[in-house]
Design a protein around this ligand. Structure first.
Ligand SMILES: [Zn+2]
Ligand SMILES: [Zn+2]
Length: 229
């Protein structure tokens, strides 16, 4: 508040500790004929905070309205249109519909900012993963170096347990198993085929008359078709 002109008025109910009051507030109070409400703010139209002529002062109901005046004034100075807002990220004046409320930057910058943040997170995750993998590899290397004889002994033992003999045994078992299952499947197939043939024979015996009649009708129909065609 250093720029404001102060005047001594110890009698004033809202005077500061040193007994002074900002001159522009006093002038505004004289103009409206009463004390300013507690949250009221006095605005300088031309921006010069020492220019306390009546014509240069506007009484605002609160700081929100005062900020709105400042924003509209700056927008008008910069672009000729008071309805624009300043985006702090791309440093440009844009219409209100390019902003989400309560954001200091425009929607496009917001999207870009979100993307940047997303990729930064992604990158840091990758770096972390790589670091942990490196540290895991280092730990394994160190373990191998410290336990060389024990590891070699274990490897020898493992190879011994999985020798050719053992492998052969497993393979034989596997092949026998497959052969057996194949035989089982073939037997089932043959059995099913016999049943199917018997069933067909029985059906034909029971419905011989009907089937012959159907075949006769079918031949007749074919003949008619070839004659007509
Ligand atoms: Zn102001
Ligand atoms: Zn922007």
């Amino acid at each position: 508040m250093g720029q404001y002109k102060m005047v001594r008025a110890p009698w004033h109910p809202n005077s500061y500790g040193n007994g002074c009051v900002p001159e522009h507030r006093l002038i505004a109070e004289k103009a409206i004929g009463k004390l300013l409400p507690a949250r009221a703010v006095v605005h300088h139209i031309n921006g010069n905070q020492k220019d306390n002529r009546n014509v240069n002062l506007v009484v605002c109901q609160d700081e929100v309205y005062h900020n709105l005046l400042h924003r509209r004034t700056e927008s008008f100075k910069a672009t000729g249109n008071p309805d624009k807002r300043f985006c702090a990220k791309c440093s440009s004046w844009l219409l209100q519909d390019k902003f989400l409320s309560n954001r200091g930057y425009c929607i496009d910058c917001g999207k870009l900012y979100g993307l940047k943040r997303y990729y930064a997170d992604h990158e840091s995750t990758l770096i972390k993963a790589r670091k942990s993998r490196l540290s895991r590899q280092a730990a394994i290397k160190q373990y191998l170096a410290e336990n060389r004889t024990r590891v070699n002994a274990y490897a020898r033992d493992w190879r011994g347990r999985n020798s050719d003999k053992v492998r052969e045994k497993n393979q034989n078992y596997y092949h026998k198993d497959i052969e057996a299952s194949r035989e089982r499947n073939h037997a089932a197939y043959l059995k099913n085929r016999e049943i199917r043939i018997e069933y067909q024979k029985a059906y034909y015996a029971q419905n011989a008359e009907r089937i012959r009649e159907y075949q006769r009708q079918y031949r007749l129909k074919k003949k008619m078709e070839t004659n007509n065609g």
